[in-house]
Design a protein around this ligand. Structure first.
Ligand code: GTP
Ligand code: MG
Length: 344
């Protein structure tokens, strides 16, 4: 018998986590309320400690199945994380907070001169004030919020499907939303499978659209959902034909929708700028930034500060679904970057 304890916000979270880690046959054997944290902290939140068990043989069988699923889901990421780790150890330490983003660095110098502060003594408050003063129009200060229909577009491998799965499980688990998924990623069978597996783990509906003309009926099928998330095939900024293919599907969506352009922090700034341009034909109105964990310079972040006026809705920093995602408020992004820089 395998026994596991989970500290969770509610029973549903315990069940989803247990189902994912131990398999669908896991059963609850006990539950009690607890208040984790130091006893003298008056702000401790009430949580549940749930004990879940599963028979050894059934667990062995489920484990093999889960390993097969993980192989499909995380193969690519493992490779890219390994690459990033090698690069990290090769990079020298003590890099400046602005990396080599020249124009931001110049603005910082001007700001320090004007305020009679030392440009080398960088601390969180100073950077926060600098950004608030210099980038009043910056994208992190704008809020978009999820629509009923949300489409995820962007280059290949940036993390569209993974991010969608993160949002789906967060909204389902923490915000009690009824979520439906649609994939129009019909170029690769594996990609459709990837989303289906996520949907199966979470127990939510997933529809596949094979032709633009099917889009309306598939959305109609999910009309009772609070949230519909639509995955698309990745298209490099150089293959405008592919972007046009995606557009043919997206154009079929009626009514209000958000279209999120997903960009990876580990792509170079010039390429991301090209993506921002080429994808304009898809009329995206929000941005998601992924793979913060893979880089040791935040040039893309400073570039977004300088040149992008659209809201950035989420930022992602790892392959774990649903943990490695956060709302992209300026405060959240800055404190993430700060933690990472200090830990270097
Ligand atoms: N390190 C890291 N890996 C990520 C992040 N987001 C996604 N990945 C990984 O990047 C790889 C590609 O992610 P997908 O979600 O398949 O990317 P996609 O944009 O849907 O790719 P296509 O469908 O091929 O266009 C996967 O192995 C993910 O686990 C992130 O924030 N950090
Ligand atoms: Mg995908």
């Amino acid at each position: 018998m395998i026994i596991k304890r989970y500290i969770v916000n509610d029973m549903r979270e315990a069940l989803v986590r247990a189902k994912y880690e131990l398999g669908k046959d896991a059963i609850i054997i006990s539950q009690k309320t607890v208040k984790p944290g130091k006893w003298y902290n008056p702000f401790r939140k009430k949580k549940f400690e749930v004990t879940i068990a599963i028979e050894d043989e059934i667990h062995e069988k489920n484990k093999t199945e889960k390993e097969a699923i993980n192989k499909i889901l995380f193969e690519k990421s493992r490779k890219s994380t390994e690459k990033a780790t090698v690069e990290k150890t090769e990079k020298s330490k003590g890099r400046h907070v602005f990396g080599n983003h020249d124009s931001t660095h110049k603005r910082w110098k001007d700001y320090c001169d004007r305020n009679a502060i030392s440009e080398n003594e960088v601390d969180y408050e100073k950077v926060r004030n600098f950004i608030s003063e210099m980038y009043m129009e910056n994208a992190y200060l704008k809020e978009l919020g999820l629509c009923k229909i949300n489409v995820f577009v962007g280059p290949t491998g940036v993390g569209k499907t993974t991010t969608m799965a993160k949002i789906a499980s967060k909204e389902y688990l923490h915000n009690d939303k009824k979520v439906g998924l649609i994939t129009i990623d019909t170029y690769r069978i594996a990609a459709v499978e990837q989303l289906r597996k996520y949907a199966k783990i979470m127990g939510i509906a997933c529809e596949t659209v094979n032709e633009p003309s099917e889009m309306k009926s598939k959305i109609q099928k999910l009309k009772d959902c609070d949230l519909i998330l639509i995955d698309t095939v990745g298209a490099s900024p150089r293959s405008e034909d592919r972007i046009e293919d995606v557009k043919a599907y997206v154009d079929q969506i009626e009514g209000e929708k958000n279209t999120y352009l997903t960009l990876s922090m580990s792509t170079d700034v010039d390429t991301n700028n090209a993506v921002l341009k080429t994808y304009r034909s898809l009329s995206y109105n929000g941005i998601i930034l992924t793979k913060f964990d893979e880089v040791r310079n935040y040039n893309n972040f400073w570039n977004m500060m300088e040149n992008n006026v659209l809201p950035i809705q989420y930022f992602c920093y790892g392959q774990n679904v649903p943990e490695d995602i956060e709302e992209s408020s300026l405060e959240n992004v800055l404190s993430y970057l700060w933690r990472e820089l200090i830990n270097e």
